[in-house]
Design a protein around this ligand. Structure first.
Ligand code: PLP
Length: 404
């Protein structure tokens, strides 16, 4: 008799954004004609830049002609894209990464949830709290949960690294030694970035404790401060202990096109086994490659026009972020993030819980955000707003919030 994977039964409740969507749907059904301002889900809103759509059109035409048609992509992705990534994202920053250390994929979500497959089932996994829920849920699905405690709201085989106002939302080292450590900077949901010195301390910690850091840099394009690291490979020794995830979703608006990549140095070995080879095997077995036309679109991101156009888009989002942050601070809110990331992490007023504030904002201001507690117990009492809307909507949202 077929039986289900019981680990799925351990997943907590419905996914955060489904609950938000349900509440929004209920509100809209009960308030026909009300105009909601949605600053909740972290999805981009600007269209694909012209240099990139031009590349897409060209690639589509190639696919329609026998001489230029492309079937399955190479396992690691097309060389033209891997070369462009290495040159522009790494070598320009003085980082020594080879094109065959880049694995092209359909995005960072798949990679950062699938990567755990190549590690031992009993690995102890450290995650930040609050956290991008995908890291937790993918490990729960894989059986690394242990029991869930209603009291702590935590799984016993996961190590939670509190990110609080006290530590500036940068986690301290845990008391229990983890095997895998997920770090994400600039961070979703807190919008906080990490300094190179602090990241180096984490790399040193991982090297000393034989741990692997799974570094999600999906938001690196939003870094404004020149001193901050864009890649964990800017830290010395990271090639021996870190895997990096990158995405074209937030820097170039590919959330609907789907493109990302994972970087694994060939120097990363565990008990003499190459992690790069393991991931190559996994990638080749379970994944048949991002579409040719999308990889050509990714290449166009690195052309002079493409890169200028996406920088303008990011600047537009960051104008919103700066506005939201300063206006909320001016209105008396305690606000974090928003300087090197498209997320604003605000403290809920008057001791309201995250969901209470969500309901207040939805019902009395018609503004949708994301309750911090949905990202983990240390997110309780916080609330996330995104800068991915328009400037007009950001202003309107603030005007409404000020009237609360
Ligand atoms: N990592 C983080 C921290 C994210 O916030 C997101 C999306 O919101 C992703 C990864 C997913 O990126 P992608 O669209 O490339 O799958």
């Amino acid at each position: 008799m077929a039986t289900i994977n019981e680990n799925y039964l351990k997943l907590q409740g419905s996914y955060l954004f489904q609950t938000v969507a349900r509440k929004v749907h209920e509100f809209e059904s009960n308030n026909q004609g009300a105009r909601l301002i949605k600053l909740g889900i972290g999805d981009v809103t600007q269209p694909i830049a012209p240099a990139i759509t031009a590349a897409l059109h060209r690639a589509v035409d190639e696919m329609g002609a026998a001489e230029t048609f492309h079937g399955y992509a190479p396992d690691l992705g097309y060389e033209f894209l891997r070369n462009a990534i290495v040159e522009n994202e790494y070598r320009k920053r003085g980082i020594d990464i080879e094109p065959d250390e880049i694995f092209i994929s359909d995005g960072a979500k798949s990679d950062c949830s699938n990567i755990q497959e190549i590690f031992d089932h009993n690995s102890l996994v450290a995650v930040c709290d609050p956290v991008y829920p995908v890291y937790v849920d993918s490990n729960v699905m894989a059986g690394r949960a242990g029991n869930f405690s209603e009291e702590t709201k935590h799984y016993s085989r996961l190590i939670y690294l509190p990110c609080t106002e006290d530590n500036g939302f940068i986690p301290d080292f845990p008391k229990i030694k983890p095997d895998l450590i997920y770090l994400c900077f600039p961070n979703n949901p807190t919008g906080v970035a990490i300094t190179k010195d602090r990241l180096q301390e984490w790399v040193d910690y991982a090297l000393k404790n034989d741990a692997v850091i799974l570094y999600d840099a999906a938001y690196e394009a939003y870094i404004n401060d020149d001193q901050l690291p864009h890649s964990i490979y800017e830290c010395s020794g990271a090639e021996y202990c870190a895997i990096e995830f990158r995405s074209f979703s937030k820097n170039a608006g590919f959330t609907g096109l789907r493109l990302g990549y994972t970087v694994i140095s060939k120097k990363l070995k565990l008990h003499g086994e190459s992690v790069h080879s393991m991931w190559a095997r996994r990638h080749g077995t379970k994944y048949n490659g991002a579409p040719y036309i999308v990889q050509r679109a990714g290449e166009a991101v690195y052309t002079p026009e493409g890169s200028r156009q996406i920088k303008e888009q990011i600047a537009t989002y960051m104008k919103n972020a700066q506005y939201l942050k300063s206006a909320l601070a001016g209105a008396g809110y305690t606000v974090y993030g928003g300087e090197n990331a498209p997320y604003i992490w605000l403290k809920t007023p008057r001791g309201l819980s995250s969901w209470e504030f969500f309901d207040l904002l939805l019902n009395n201001a018609g503004v949708v955000g994301t309750p911090g507690s949905g990202f983990g117990s240390h997110g309780e009492g916080f609330f996330r707003l995104t800068a991915f809307g328009t400037y007009e909507n950001s202003r309107e949202a603030i005007a409404r919030i000020k009237c609360l």
